[in-house]
Design a binder for this molecule. Structure first.
Ligand SMILES: [Zn+2]
Length: 471
């Protein structure tokens, strides 16, 4: 929890901002976010078109032109609004956010997940952080500038899309494949970064997502001898027993640590003592040091840092048998595999070989589920990156933008694959969340009681307003 002194200091800094909490623009942003949360876009089925139409109406009312809703499938609407720039040679910028949300189980929530309640400090509901709470600052900043009579030099594209939470094939994936001309730009800004890191007393390090790990969802199938539940089989003929051995070996296996350039870039920039930087880039020290630091600092460090230096294999689904008196012919386990840049399915296969040993490895069949998505990454050396750092320095003096590979994956990958320069960066400060730890903030995305503080929402509007104007 940030100290009282830091909170007071940040209050003073906020006072200098154009869009402080309580200003009409921020009030409007709260209302829009509340409305959007109330539109249930749980994916599946998504039905994002209702939210897309809501945005379209707002934009039309403000005098925007070139607004289009594109449906990849009935109800799976994405909205694109291209604000034409005055100079066709100037660089163009696309503000990306997704309209869909993950399911919410109301039994775990303090409020209805789709209530959109606005309290003194927070706006509540699924999507408040991921990603309607990003969409609204993007929208509001553009609306405010339009009202001011501002005209962008290069095209400014607002693009709010369907299906991100299920991989994005019916949202950005569809747009890129079928309507690339409509979303073709030089730069993209999206979710995935902007978090103020919780290290140190008065930290000013913000993370920028410069890349995303790849996804190689994999199923393992073990075949056995099926039959009547009353028969006695040797353990090695019962697919469930064999799979349990496989699982045990995988639990004991750790994918190797690999210090890639992105981690070196992170270490170079991050405000940590030299020894911590050394550990972060040391293949040998990183795991034991993180375990120790975790105990001392009581922060979920391994969870956050290990995915940056290692492939992650997480079993997520198990499947065997249909009836209690029938021995199944096979047993299956499915993994969510997240791979580092340069890795692919062969890497995963190599891990399984190593973990299982020859005999057990020969008993499994490896089945890819979805097509492999390789990791995508761009450098932090770009004027756009520098501009973001400059703006954050005005908003939070001393701010440093720390480049980082993202453990997860979002829609930005589709643009990076096309060679567009992308950053995941919308500022989010944990010290702007009254009575909430950093850990709680991290758990809220896709978890229970998702909410965004009004301070953070206003901070997002402020940042995007400055970014568009200075781009
Ligand atoms: Zn998201």
């Amino acid at each position: 929890m940030p100290s009282k002194e830091i909170i007071e200091k940040s209050e003073k800094e906020l006072f200098k901002l154009m869009f402080p909490v309580g200003s009409p623009v921020v009030k409007e942003a709260c209302e829009i976010l509340s409305d959007l949360i109330k539109i249930d876009t749980t994916n599946p089925p998504g039905n994002e078109i209702v939210a897309a139409e809501y945005c379209k109406k707002l934009l039309e009312k403000e005098g925007f032109e070139n607004i289009e809703i594109i449906e990849s499938e009935p109800g799976r609407g994405s909205i694109i609004c291209r604000w034409k720039g005055s100079d066709p040679n100037a660089k163009s910028l696309l503000l990306l956010a997704h309209l869909d949300v993950v399911p919410a189980d109301p039994t775990n929530w303090e409020r209805d997940p789709f209530c959109g309640d606005i309290t003194d400090q927070y706006i509540w509901g699924r999507g408040a952080l991921d990603c309607k709470g990003i969409l609204v600052p993007e929208l509001m900043a553009a609306i405010y500038l339009k009202r001011e009579g501002y005209n962008p030099k290069g095209d400014l594209v607002l693009c709010f899309t369907a299906d991100e939470e299920a991989g994005g094939e019916l949202g950005v994936g569809y747009l890129i494949r079928n309507h690339f001309d409509k979303v073709n730009v030089d730069y993209v800004i999206n979710e995935g970064g902007g978090f103020l890191l919780p290290f140190g007393k008065d930290t000013r390090d913000y993370v920028a997502q410069i890349g995303e790990k790849g996804v190689a969802e994999t199923k393992i199938r073990v075949k056995g001898i099926g039959g009547h539940g009353a028969r006695q089989l040797k353990p090695d003929d019962n697919a469930i027993y064999v799979l349990s051995k496989v699982i045990q070996r995988i639990i004991e296996f750790q994918p190797p640590i690999e210090i890639q350039d992105s981690v070196k870039e992170t270490a170079e920039k991050i405000s940590l003592p030299g020894i911590a930087k050394k550990i972060l880039t040391s293949k040998r020290l990183i795991r034991p040091a993180l375990n120790l630091a975790e105990k001392l600092l009581k922060q979920p460090l391994s969870k956050l840092i290990i995915p940056l230096v290692s492939d992650i294999l997480n079993p997520t689904l198990l499947n065997a048998g249909k009836k209690v008196n029938v021995i199944p012919q096979y047993a299956e386990m499915t993994f969510d595999c997240r791979i580092l840049p340069g890795h692919d399915r062969e890497t995963i296969k190599g891990y399984l070989k190593k973990a299982l040993g020859k005999k057990l490895f020969n008993k499994i069949e490896i089945i890819p589920i979805e097509p492999t998505q390789l990791a995508t990454i761009n450098s932090s050396k770009d004027p756009f990156y520098d501009l973001i750092e400059e703006i954050m320095n005005e908003m939070h003096p001393g701010a440093k933008i720390v480049p980082m590979l993202s453990a997860g994956s979002c829609d930005t990958k589709f643009f990076r694959e096309k060679g567009v320069y992308c950053l995941g960066f919308i500022p989010l400060r944990y010290d702007f969340n009254p009575n909430m730890s950093f850990g709680e903030l991290v758990e809220m995305e896709h978890g229970a009681n998702e909410r965004i503080s009004i301070k953070n929402l206003s901070y997002g509007v402020e940042f995007l307003f400055r970014l568009i104007k200075r781009f």
